[in-house]
Design a binder for this molecule. Structure first.
Ligand code: ZN
Length: 282
C-alpha cells in the first residue's frame, strides 16, 4: 500500500495511492498515520477497511498539496557516512560501526514544498536518502528480527547546512534540523511494495543536472543492522524514521564545492518510492 497525507500544512488528511495511480481520501478511516496507527498494525487494518469502503472514498484532486506521508514522528535518526564513496568525498574514514545523529522532526515538510535557506546560510547541501519507517516498538532487537519492526519506506532529502554541521562546535544536529530540511514523500510504501530495499537506484538532480546516482546495494550497513544497532541505544517507536545515509555526489564533495542558492530546483527519486521536487527559497 502507498500512504499519503494531503491538504494544508498541519491540517493534512490521510489518503492512499491505488495500484492504478488514483489517489483516494481515506480520512473516514479516522486515524492519522502516526505512532498509534503504525503501532497497532494500521496498514493491515486500513487495507482491510478499504476492501469494504473504497467505493465511498472521494478521489483527491491532483492540484491538492501533498504533505509528509507520515505524521510527525517521535524522532528522526540519521545514519552518517553509510556509503563508502560518500565517506571519501566528505574527507572521512569509512566507519567501523554506524555513525548516528538526530534530525529535528520539526524539519519535516511535504515532497513538493519549498526548502527555505536558513538566515545567512552559505553551505546548504542536498542528500537523497532511503528512509525506513518503524512499524513496531524496537528495543534490543536482533538483526534477524529487525525487519519485523519495519513498516515501510519513504524518499527523504536530508538537507544539510555544512557550516552549521561541520564548522561549528559540537554535534551535526545543528546543520540538519533547520525548518524545511526534511522533505519526505511523495508516499510511504509498505514493506510488501518493495521487493528488496537493498537494491534500489536513488538519484538527485540539481537544476536538471544529475548530482547523485547510486544504489542502496552500496550501503555499508543495511537495514537489519541499522534497526538492531540503533535499538541498543534507544527505543524506536512506531512511526519513527531512520534515514539510512546518502551516496556520493553532494555539494560538499565537489571541487569547487557547490551549495544551494535561491531559485535552485532539486528533484530526487528512489525506485518504487516516487519522485519529489523542491524549489529553494531565501
Ligand atoms: Zn544524510
Amino acid at each position: 500500500m502507498k500512504l499519503i497525507r494531503f491538504g494544508n500544512p498541519e491540517e493534512e488528511k490521510t489518503g492512499v495511492i491505488l495500484p492504478n495511480g488514483n489517489r483516494l481520501d481515506v480520512s473516514a478511516f479516522g486515524e492519522d498515520f502516526d505512532e498509534q496507527f503504525f503501532g497497532s498494525k494500521g496498514p493491515k487494518r486500513l487495507s482491510e477497511w478499504l476492501l469494504k469502503n473504497e467505493s465511498n472514498c472521494p478521489e483527491i484532486s491532483n492540484e491538492i498539496r501533498l504533505g509528509s506521508p507520515i505524521a510527525r514522528p517521535s524522532k528522526i535518526v540519521c545514519v552518517g557516512l553509510n556509503y563508502a564513496k560518500h565517506a571519501k568525498e566528505s574527507g572521512m574514514e569509512v566507519p567501523s560501526e554506524p555513525v548516528l545523529f538526530f534530525k529535528a522532526s520539526s524539519a519535516i515538510v511535504g515532497p513538493y514544498d519549498d526548502v527555505i535557506l536558513p538566515r545567512n546560510s552559505k553551505k546548504s547541501d542536498w542528500e537523497v536518502e532511503l528512509a525506513v519507517i518503524i512499524g513496531a516498538k524496537a528495543s534490543y532487537v536482533s538483526e534477524g528480527d529487525a525487519m519485523k519492526h519495519v513498516a515501510g519506506y519513504v524518499l527523504h532529502n536530508d538537507i544539510s547546512e555544512r557550516e552549521y554541521q561541520l564548522e561549528r562546535l559540537g554535534q551535526w544536529v545543528k546543520g540538519k534540523s533547520c525548518d524545511t530540511f526534511a522533505p519526505l514523500g511523495p508516499y510511504m510504501a509498505t514493506t510488501d511494495e518493495i521487493e528488496n530495499p537493498h537494491n534500489l537506484r536513488l538519484w538527485l538532480k540539481l537544476n536538471g543536472e544529475t548530482m547523485q546516482d547510486s544504489n542502496t546495494s552500496d550501503l555499508i550497513f543495511g537495514i537489519p543492522k541499522l534497526v538492531s544497532y540503533i535499538s541498543e541505544y534507544m527505543t524506536l517507536l512506531p512511526g519513527d524514521v531512520i534515514s539510512t545515509g546518502t551516496p556520493f555526489g553532494v555539494g560538499l564533495g565537489l571541487d569547487p564545492q557547490k551549495y544551494l542558492k535561491a531559485g535552485d530546483i532539486m528533484e530526487l527519486g528512489i525506485d518504487g518510492l516516487g519522485v519529489s521536487k523542491q524549489a529553494v527559497k531565501a
